[in-house]
Design a protein around this ligand. Sequence first.
Ligand SMILES: Cc1ncc(COP(=O)(O)O)c(C=O)c1O
Length: 387
Amino acid sequence: MDSRIATAARVAGIEPFHVMEVQTAARALEAAGRTVVHMEIGEPDFPTPAPVLAAALAALAGGGIYYTSALGIPELRQAIARHYAERFGVSIAPERVIVTAGSSAALLLVMALLVDRDQQILLSDPGYPCNRHFVRVLEGEPLGVPVGPQTRYQLTADLIEAAWSRRTRGVLIASPSNPTGTQVPPDELRKIAATCARLGLRLIVDEIYLGLTYDGEPQSALAITGEHADDIFVVSSFSKYFNMTGWRLGWVIAPDRHVRDLEKLAQNLYICPPTVSQRAALAGFLPGTLALLEERRRAFRDRRDFLVPALRELGFGIPVMPSGGFFVYADSQAFCREVLEAVGVAITPGLDFGRHRAATHVRFAYTIEMAKLEDGIERLRRFLRDR
Ligand SMILES: Cc1ncc(COP(=O)(O)O)c(C=O)c1O
């Protein structure tokens, strides 16, 4: 191979998002004058709340947009800790909160902290694709454990016990999950934390969709896992519940003893999270903003309550009701490209989320308003009838 154009072997192991091809094809259809119902988009359609925008503008006007501590500004770390007390009823020392450049950076930092070459992280298959790539980039081995409706598409203590080996460093769970929108029940999460502690595995819980849950009060792993709560990593973000995807701000609540090492990693990998975004995010916790976000959460719940029965009626297999996030993972023989070209509905192929039964699943996102969802369902009805 010509060494001038050689790239590291790890790059070949990183897969592209197949949904991007659907999106490119959808845009081409739109350019040709067709309308497309976008049910592939993985971010809220709601705009950033006005108080957050106002705080960003004030921060810009005030100047002083310099680097911050790699751990984030103290006011924001305190505000996040307060939010856990008020929303989830759990007391967290602000010193455990590390503000990051999206939860993506939080996940990367935690993986960089834990994973050495050839060491494994257990993940659910299907699951959020970037996680396996974070592990791969660090020369570790992401081990996807097939999960299905029997376990709500989530790992369980028994599955972890059966899959771990001496090379396993940790277990990553997302609850609610992308692409399935399902959660790990509190009892099971307790068992998982106890199993991980017994086997010497680190537990990372991605709670990026926890604010967007629809059946009962949201419960953080920090409140559920009791004696193990000080030893787990909980990752979250301003992207989804706070409608701030493009602001690139998230956080991780880490065990005390790892904060210094995570700080060193953050300093070196990206110096600090974005300064304007941090100042803006403080306004995310104002009572008025939270009231607006709760209204939007109810809108997502209404969309779910419309979409899931409508898809089931059309014959899509949705054995477990999704309880959070904004995704529905459905068993389907329909091919995404075919649906797009025939009736202009863009959805995400299961292949983006792993290998286990991926070819017979698709993900629907309800990140569009109700009228568009209704239009999407009508188009799907036509597709299935005419096929
Ligand atoms: C489960 C899950 N975790 C993490 C992320 C990363 O989000 P962000 O970096 O915007 O916080 C996403 C984004 O879609 C996600 O679905």
